[in-house]
Design a protein around this ligand. Structure first.
Ligand code: ADP
Length: 541
């Protein structure tokens, strides 16, 4: 077998997923129940019960079905993870599931008098023995391989070949064992005594008990990682040990001990199968989420390349063009001044792009310090209006601030960035110059401020997307408006860092309102704010 060591991104599987305390507790409770049932039934174990033919048939068929399903699940995990140990475990369950089929067919009880093939009682005993040897040996081999080759992963090609080989070889082994048990049992060593209900001889019983006890102890002590699979494997091996001990002690079919061990075995197999199915389903859901996240990251990466590439190419082309002209032409000082201004504005745009990118990245990874202080949101809006928008298009912007709004705890610079980004967008995406309203109001424990414009609006289907990195709404009008799709993601990131929420309401070609809701720290009425804000709630001039 050729191996590739340590794959860089191992697929999450039943062997690599750790257990939660709840899962461990459930497994312990089930193990205790298995033991408890045996303790209660122990005094009556050798009592003969009724001959339930259907019980034997149903219990054996169900146990076989559970083993085959478990095998299907484990071989599926092998196909995904390429771990050779899972191939061994899957084959073990495949062996146990399949050998129950000839075992049922040659069991005389099923057909009332004779078995299907009219064989001697030894055929069913031997098939039972093969099953009882195969399971512990398979588990021990699994433990050995898992311990020594747990970082080994086969190549995809070898995984497929091994899987095909196993699904052919295991049924072949079962056929050979069945032929031996049915036709050639007289060449096998004598292992029973007695006539009508033959009993296994003492050394054979000791061997079976020892083998199962060794398997159970190995599963308990040698499985070094407590993954989901290993947790349930321990329950399974414990159930197998209890069952074999009880069967050997009860001595014959249809005794109380025989019934109890069959029911116990069936319950354990079904529970383990259900637990594994549940976990696989959970892993699948996780995988789907990871896949979606990867697709999103992929889109972000390609959007990043196209936005940054486009912005850089546009800015550098114009910087190159203007500097070329300044170098080659004989220009008067006014032309030089104009060209230098253009170069400066392009370089500033690039710097802003880089700063936005770095800011967002740092905020996302939590590498940015927040300077928390008490902030009067109305005063901050007012301040920004006075400094930033006092001269540029002031008549367009109106304020509608609630004088009774309580202060919030926040970072002044970051909240300034939020307000500025939203107001800049409102101005930018209102090419016809519609009025813009910046308002605030208190809603319970929340300070709510909003920026409302009467610009081009956002299509309903894009309302959530505009907060994603590099997302831009493509339309005939917006095509000519520059942007990078970083402003709103920065707004959302900052608002979330304040434990707040931002959302947008919009009607296409009628306008948009961006709402920001931030938690209020105290309900204390800000002193003397009413009179100041009466002045503030006016058209900015
Ligand atoms: P940028 O404006 O640089 O493209 P933003 O992240 O600020 O990036 O905005 C993302 C997109 O959301 C914009 O490209 C635009 O399509 C849309 N958008 C943002 N604000 C408004 C608004 N006030 N009116 C209409 N569309 C808007």
């Amino acid at each position: 077998m050729k191996e590739k060591n340590q794959r860089p991104h191992e697929i999450q599987s039943l062997t690599s997923t750790g257990t939660t305390p709840l899962q461990s507790h459930v497994a312990i409770v089930i193990s205790m129940l298995l033991i408890l049932v045996c303790v209660v039934a122990y005094p009556y174990a050798t009592n003969q019960g009724p001959r339930g033919f259907l019980f034997f048939f149903i219990a054996t068929s169900l146990a076989s079905f559970a083993a085959l399903m478990t095998s299907y699940l484990l071989l599926g995990q092998f196909l995904g993870t390429h771990r050779p140990s899972l191939a061994v475990l899957g084959s073990t369950y495949l062996f146990v599931g399949l050998i129950n089929i000839p075992y049922l067919l040659v069991s005389p009880d099923l057909h009332i008098k004779d078995d299907f093939f009219n064989t001697s009682a030894y055929a069913s005993i031997w098939l039972w023995i093969f099953a009882q040897i195969g399971y512990p040996l398979g588990i021990l081999l699994y433990i050995l391989i898992d311990r020594h080759y747990n970082t080994t992963h086969l190549s995809s090609e070898h995984t497929k070949h091994l899987l095909i080989f196993l699904t052919v070889i295991i049924p072949t082994i079962i056929i050979v064992l069945s032929i031996i048990a049915i036709d050639a049992y007289n060449v096998l060593p004598p292992i029973t005594t007695g006539g009508q209900q033959p009993l296994l001889i003492m050394p054979v019983r000791i061997f079976f008990f020892g083998l199962n006890a060794f398997m159970c102890l190995s599963a308990l002590l040698l499985l070094h990682r407590l993954s989901i699979l290993h947790l349930w494997l321990r329950v399974s091996t414990l159930a197998a040990l209890i069952n074999i001990s009880f069967t050997l002690y009860a001595r014959g079919r249809y005794t109380v001990g025989w019934y109890v061990s069959r029911i116990n075995g069936l319950m354990a197999a079904t529970l383990v199968l259900c637990a594994l199915l549940y976990e696989v389903n959970k892993l699948y859901t996780k995988l789907v989420q990871q896949n979606e996240e990867l697709a999103k990251q992929n889109r972000i990466q390609s959007d990043f390349l196209s936005v940054v590439g486009h912005e850089f190419r546009t800015a550098l082309t114009s910087i190159l063009g203007f500097s070329e002209m300044m170098r080659e032409k004989d220009l008067d000082s006014q032309d030089i001044q104009e060209y230098a201004d253009d170069i400066h504005s392009d370089a500033t745009r690039l710097t802003r792009l880089i700063n936005d990118l770095l800011d967002l990245e740092r905020m996302k990874s939590g590498r940015i310090e927040m300077n928390w202080e008490e902030i009067d949101i109305n005063a901050l809006i007012q301040e920004i209006m006075d400094h930033t928008y006092a001269t540029s298009r002031p008549e367009q912007i109106q304020l509608g601030l609630d004088p009774h709004i309580s202060p919030i705890k926040g970072d002044r610079d970051k909240l300034t960035q939020v307000i500025t980004n939203l107001v800049n967008n409102a101005v930018k995406y209102s090419p016809d110059g519609g009025s813009i309203l910046i308002g605030s109001k208190q809603e319970g424990n929340t300070a709510h401020f909003f920026v409302q414009d009467h610009g081009m609006g956002i299509p309903a289907g894009k309302l959530d997307q505009v907060f994603e990195r590099y997302a831009r709404v493509e339309s005939d009008t917006s095509r000519y408006i520059g942007g990078t799709g970083l402003g709103l993601p920065i707004v959302r990131q900052i608002v979330e860092m304040h434990n707040g929420k931002v959302h947008v309401e919009s009607i296409l070609e009628k306008g948009s309102t961006f709402h920001v809701k931030l938690p209020i720290t105290s309900h204390a009425e800000p002193a003397n704010k009413t009179s100041q804000l009466a002045v503030a709630n006016r058209h900015i001039r």
